[in-house]
Ligand binder design. Structure first.
Ligand code: FAD
Ligand code: DHB
Length: 409
């Protein structure tokens, strides 16, 4: 270890340290993408530092994704990060789709012989941090005013402050894993960057409640009053979402209002057996599809929500962040083990091929299942026909199962 480095890196409090630190890869953002990249790089012997603007407690408490693809689960297992997931997560072999309260099932196992795992992003994040902390890897928390510099030189760097003191990390490469609201994407000049965006005219209100899930599998429900989703975390923790207007303030909805609205949108049998209780968390998420190209510029490499966002309907965001990171780690490993930059030069294009397929799938599911305020008779008939085709066609169901359980990476 270099002498100018602190022997033990902070996982909570910052170690006062001013001289520039050298590393191979500086990772901006310690969410799922940044932390998984850190793990994959350490496995390949590539030293790296994660710089995260929030506290560990804050990141671990952010309630987000719940469904992970089979390939994502396999990747976590390959890193020794799967044991708690396999103990506490739940394998789901299908989902229910409901059209105006009439349900039908998509049976993943019989269609594509694959499944998904229901295991919260909060738990994956804890597993990633716990294992890094155990190995004493460098993660800087609560870094403020994070900035990236000299991206087109051989010596890019990241600066940040902690408690008003400025620090520098010099690296060969900077990985931008700082999510949609991060800073790294904006370092790519606007004349180089091409943005593709679809903002949907609605959001999702999510409620977490300490009640048994209404069904043993997820229910995605289309209803003229709006979309609803019944999900879960464990046998005593349920996660529900309802479509709402984009400007809805979560706190302005009582729990009873939420439960009443949910009951109206889901299949009758589910509504009758729904167990309600006080919400542990209630929040509104806007829905958008967004891709920023290219995913690399100079020595900056973007991964995950920093480069793209999908509406949550297909449960793809976290999985996509992980497949980006898998490609990126593979390319960096080739660069450091052979000196060849071929895979690294092609990283963004390779990742984008899979990204756009997930953008398409999430857009398709969103369009099929939500109520659009400006939809006319034609659009309603198209939604009805899409759902009736899906309900009756093994070919359509196979395409859905293939995408939902995850395209290969
Ligand atoms: P993030 O999780 O956003 O992490 C980025 C990190 O960077 C954060 O920790 C942030 O604090 C940090 N950061 C930001 N700015 C800076 C800065 N300037 N400097 C340093 N650090 C910075 N996906 C699924 O696959 N399945 C699902 O079922 C699913 N459901 C979802 C439900 C909801 C309601 C929502 C909102 C999302 C859902 N997603 C789902 C999407 C998924 O949560 C995201 O795609 C995933 O978190 C992306 O990971 P990431 O690491 O790229 O970005
Ligand atoms: C969950 C979120 C999703 O976006 C989804 O499609 C399925 C499940 C969840 O939070 O459980």
């Amino acid at each position: 270890m270099a002498t100018d480095r602190p022997s033990r890196w902070n996982h909570c409090a910052h170690v006062a340290y001013r001289a520039p630190v050298q590393t191979k890869v500086a990772i901006v953002g310690g969410g799922p993408a940044g932390m998984l990249l850190s793990h994959l790089l350490w496995r390949s012997g590539i030293d790296n530092i994660v710089i995260e603007q929030r506290s560990r407690e804050y990141v671990e408490a952010r309630i987000r994704a719940g469904v992970i693809e089979q390939g994502t689960g396999d990747l976590l297992r390959s890193l020794g990060l799967g044991s708690r997931m396999d103990r506490e997560g739940f394998v789901h072999e299908g989902i229910t789709i409901s059209n105006t309260r009439a349900p039908f099932r998509i049976d993943f196992m019989s269609l594509v012989n694959r499944s998904v795992m229901v295991y919260g992003q909060t738990e994956i994040q804890k597993d990633l941090y716990d294992s890094a902390a155990g190995a004493d890897w460098p993660i800087i928390f609560e870094a403020e005013d994070v900035q990236v510099h000299d991206l087109t030189t051989g010596q890019p760097s990241v600066s940040y402050t902690v408690h008003g003191e400025q620090f520098f990390v010099e690296a060969d490469f900077i990985a931008g894993c700082d999510g949609f609201h991060g800073v790294t994407r904006h370092a790519i000049p606007s004349n180089v960057r091409h943005e593709f965006e679809r903002l949907y005219p609605f959001g999702w209100m999510g409620v977490l409640s300490g009640t048994p899930p209404v069904s043993h599998e997820l229910i995605y429900a289309r209803h003229p009053r709006g979309f609803a989703l019944c999900s879960m975390r464990n046998p005593m923790l349920s996660r529900y979402y309802i479509q709402c207007t984009a400007d809805t303030v979560a706190a302005s909805w009582s729990d009873d209002q939420f439960w009443d609205e949910l009951r109206l949108r889901i299949p009758v049998e589910a509504a009758e057996s729904l167990v309600t209780g006080p919400s542990i968390e209630k929040s509104v998420t806007p829905l958008r599809s967004y891709v920023s190209e290219p995913m690399q510029w100079g020595n900056l490499l973007l991964a995950g929500d920093a480069a793209h966002i999908v509406p949550p309907t297909g449960a793809k965001g976290l999985n996509l962040a992980f497949s980006d990171v898998y490609y990126l780690a593979e390319a960096l490993t080739e660069r450091y083990s052979t000196g060849s930059s071929t895979a690294l030069d092609g990283y963004g294009e390779r990742a984008l091929l899979r990204v756009w397929k997930a953008v398409r799938f999430s857009w398709w599911m969103t369009t099929m299942l939500h109520t659009f305020p400006d939809a006319g008779e034609f659009e309603h008939r198209m939604q009805e026909t899409e759902l009736s085709y899906l309900a009756g066609s093994p070919a359509a169901q196979t395409a859905m199962a293939e995408n939902y359980t995850g395209l290969p990476f």
